[in-house]
Design a protein around this ligand. Structure first.
Ligand code: AMP
Length: 286
């Protein structure tokens, strides 16, 4: 285990050091909370860590940009990597251990297994990023087996991911409690995201239209308006504001993510749209 000059937060990079630390926690009878991330941390991530602190005695945070959830044309290489700043932020919110596995550690040259997920993984992001949720499920399964947390906290920002993780944890009987946290937003409503760093100043201003349009659809649905019309208006308005393409704006069953109908009790509105070279996703309860 090593501490850097910049931050006193212990960082571990290999599995045996992680296992030593975790078994130390376990010997003391401590309850372990876990927050998996890809780094470039912001207040959304820190809210998850703060919440994990309230649910456990020690909080382990992982930073791993997972190549298996990026398609070859996606932004794996340019994804922001800010380890020292991340460590400082994590220390400031009381995280106990930062786990930074390498790609080689996670996926050695001989690696022949993966977790395949269906159900809530099948459409929406699953349509536009076909390898994505198997990549997420595989890395989350590995991280859970490595860290062996009692509780793991995920953000509703990635609502479909949260439902996918809850589903495979339940289906495969993993002994971890998966907890979701509401999305942390900027003052103008834009959901915090590491990818917002890609936006030009103009795009950053336009980006806030996404939540404005989602709120308008939610309001129309709540007041009994025509759902198809509201969804189409949102897509048209996003295109007119400078988004494009709009991958989807859809109303779904909040638990299963199946297509919603008039009888669906709990609705979730989910969207993904491109702004220049950046793909933004967001979602809200209806
Ligand atoms: P990422 O680093 O993007 O993989 O995200 C790591 C975790 O942080 C995931 O559970 C995300 O859903 C969560 N997260 C990312 N952005 C936000 C946000 N704005 N509010 C709440 N949680 C977030």
């Amino acid at each position: 285990m090593s501490a850097s000059a910049a931050s006193l937060l212990p960082r571990v990079r290999d599995l045996s050091a992680l296992r030593d630390a975790v078994s130390g926690f376990r010997r003391k009878g401590l309850r372990i909370g876990f927050v998996p991330t890809m780094g470039a941390l912001h207040d959304g991530h820190l809210a998850l860590v703060r919440h994990a602190k309230t649910l456990s005695d020690v909080v382990v945070v992982s930073v791993f940009v997972n190549p298996k959830q990026f398609a070859p044309h996606e932004d794996f290489d340019r994804y922001p990597r800010t380890e020292d700043k991340d460590a400082q932020l994590l220390e400031s919110v009381g995280a106990d251990l930062l786990y930074l596995p390498s790609v080689d550690l996670m996926y050695p040259a001989v690696f022949a297994s993966s977790v395949h997920v269906e159900g809530p993984a099948r459409e929406l992001e699953g349509t536009f990023r076909p390898q994505f949720f198997d990549g997420v499920a595989t890395v989350v399964m590995k991280l859970f087996n490595q860290v062996q947390p009692d509780v793991a906290v995920f953000g509703e920002k990635d609502y479909q991911q949260l439902q996918v993780v809850k589903t495979f944890v339940r289906d495969l009987d993993l002994p971890v409690n998966v907890v979701g946290m509401p999305t942390v937003r900027e003052a103008d409503g834009l959901a915090l995201s590491s990818r917002n760093a890609y936006l030009s100043p103009d795009e950053r201003q336009t980006a806030a239209r996404l939540i404005v349009e989602l709120n308008a659809v939610a309001e129309a649905v709540r007041s009994g308006g025509d759902r198809e019309k509201a969804l189409n208006t949102a897509k048209t308005n996003l295109l007119a504001a400078g988004f494009g393409p709009v991958d989807y704006v859809e109303l779904r069953d909040a638990d299963t993510l199946a297509v919603a109908d008039a009888q669906t009790p709990n609705l979730r509105l989910l969207a993904a749209a491109w702004l220049g070279k950046t793909r933004l996703i967001d979602n809200i309860a209806v």
